[in-house]
Design a protein around this ligand. Structure first.
Ligand SMILES: [Mn+2]
Length: 503
């Protein structure tokens, strides 16, 4: 969906979810702002049993002048209703009849959504989606500092003070907004009520420690999701604790935060594992979080939600620990039983001479779906764009040794188009328009076999960050170096390698 589609209507109401949080308010505010710019007088409302009482949100409403009204008894039937940060028909948004409905949200889809909808479940905040959609209409929120501050705060609170941020688009918004720092500081220091301070203490008193796996599980009463981050950050400092999971359970959702302080467990991977199939989770390697949707748990009538969730968390935590074999390539020689010999197939990939974008010695940040990479540009430096859109630097001599020119034009597209930013000036350029196609040459040979058990592999090249492989993926070792071990995705393996049958 694009925002322009909404301009067909005149009588427009924007509805946040009940008990709106900063992200819902910021998203509604952004849409309201856009519609007003386009000459439409929309209304921004929220409903449900409670008016806003949290002090940070009251500051937000007042200082950022958010034109929202509380309408518990709303009776009109607008021509168009747009729900933001939630999906029309979900339990957490009071039903408002409307002639037409649109949905803009970043949660997992849990209901039948209307045709006019924009749902991107992997984005950190709904505010980011609105920011992106407005940008695509050729407008820039930067001209309105109050709105920019609201959007920033929406992302800030939905990603636990930006610590659970994972999508590059979220980082793009964060970098581009010019916001009022003192209002952000004021709001984030009115985040915990005295009641919630008590919740924090009470939750920690009731910790559950698993000595064999060195993890801590802490259940809090229902609270602001940011409190979970506070609890888990603090508790992780305890001796003997490598992992902390903090969560609360409410009828609408289960929220959780995960913290890790060891390189053998990535918090974002564990968070995704805990919520797989029943919600969503992600973030950074050391800090992550997620949500579980109770309606996806298939509870029976007399099941107790809290007991059920506790069991799922314990089971999945233990499964996760048992699931992986951890390999350090430097100290490992693979058992060759069942290994076959393969040869790498020629692959078309993209390559960019970085000096075509920025001059030598510029410090740049390369933003890709997998994260940011900072490099200082050298004369002989190129960027490779792999078959899945992954980006990595390569020296000219290695490029010439391993690849041949193929096409002057390169036309692949990816979920997130990689960008390069000059760190000093902030100037940004897209990478793909500068790319040329090249094809790999040479014949590196590997021994490989499908994995039967999941692994976490620390390669020779990166001893800090593991690569995980699941059954169905392949584990491989170069024919000429028994320690150069790596994991290849099952879905790519036969595209990349061909078996050598000798004889
Ligand atoms: Mn949100």
């Amino acid at each position: 969906m694009i925002l322009k589609e909404l301009l067909r209507y005149n009588d427009i109401v924007i509805q946040c979810h009940d008990n709106p949080d900063a992200d819902a308010l910021a998203s509604g505010y952004a849409l309201y702002w856009y519609l007003q710019k386009m000459g439409k007088d929309a209304r921004l409302i929220y409903r449900g049993r409670n008016a806003i009482t949290k002090s940070n949100l009251k500051i937000m409403l007042e200082k950022l002048r958010i034109p929202v009204s509380y309408e518990p008894n709303y009776t009109d039937t607008p021509e168009l209703l747009v729900t933001v940060d939630c999906q029309y028909g979900q339990k957490n948004v009071t039903y408002t009849p409307a002639q037409n409905v649109a949905v803009i949200d970043h949660h997992q889809v849990t209901v039948q959504v209307p045709e006019m909808s924009e749902i991107r479940s992997n984005i950190g905040s709904c505010a980011t989606i609105l920011w992106d959609m407005i940008r695509k209409e050729g407008l820039d929120v930067i001209e309105d500092q109050l709105l920019s501050t609201a959007l920033y705060y929406g992302l800030y609170t939905d990603t636990n003070r930006l610590s659970e941020l994972s999508h590059p688009l979220d980082r793009d918004m964060m970098d581009s907004l010019v916001y009022n720092k003192s209002i952000i500081t004021e709001m984030s220091n009115s985040n915990i009520s005295l009641e919630e301070l008590k919740i924090t203490g009470k939750a920690i008193l009731d910790y559950d420690y698993c000595a064999s796996h060195r993890y801590l599980v802490i259940q809090a009463d229902e609270c602001d999701p940011n409190i979970l981050g506070v609890i888990s950050d603090f508790s992780l400092e305890t001796v003997g604790v490598d992992i902390c999971l903090a969560f609360y359970i409410s009828v609408q959702e289960v929220k959780f935060s995960v913290r890790s302080c060891i390189k053998e467990i990535h918090a974002n991977e564990l968070a995704a594992y805990l919520a797989e199939g029943i919600g969503g989770g992600g973030g950074h390697t050391y800090k992550a979080g997620g949500t579980i949707r109770p309606e996806k748990l298939q509870l029976k009538e007399d099941d107790n939600l809290a007991a059920f969730v506790n069991t799922i968390f314990r089971e999945r935590l233990n499964e996760y620990y048992d699931k992986y074999e951890i390999l350090y390539a430097r100290d490992t020689v693979l058992n060759m039983t069942g290994m076959k010999l393969y040869e790498k197939q020629p692959q078309e990939v993209g390559c960019v001479k970085i000096t075509d974008l920025f001059p030598v010695n510029t410090i740049v940040e390369i933003r890709t779906l997998e994260g940011d990479l900072n490099v200082k540009i050298e004369d002989d430096m190129y960027l490779m764009i792999g078959i899945e859109g992954e980006v990595y630097p390569i020296k000219e001599d290695k490029l010439l040794r391993s690849y041949q020119p193929l096409n002057d034009s390169y036309s692949r597209t990816f979920e997130y188009a990689p960008q390069i930013k000059n760190v000093i000036t902030g100037e940004k350029k897209e990478v793909l328009p500068f790319a040329k196609g090249v094809i790999s040459t040479g014949t590196s040979r590997i021994h490989a076999r499908p994995l039967t058990k999941a692994v976490k592999l620390f390669t020779l090249w990166d001893e800090e960050k593991y690569y995980s492989g699941d059954p169905g993926d392949y584990i491989a070792v170069r024919e000429d170096d028994e320690h150069d071990i790596y994991v290849i995705r099952g879905r790519l393996f036969h595209q990349l390698y061909k078996e050598i049958t000798e004889g």
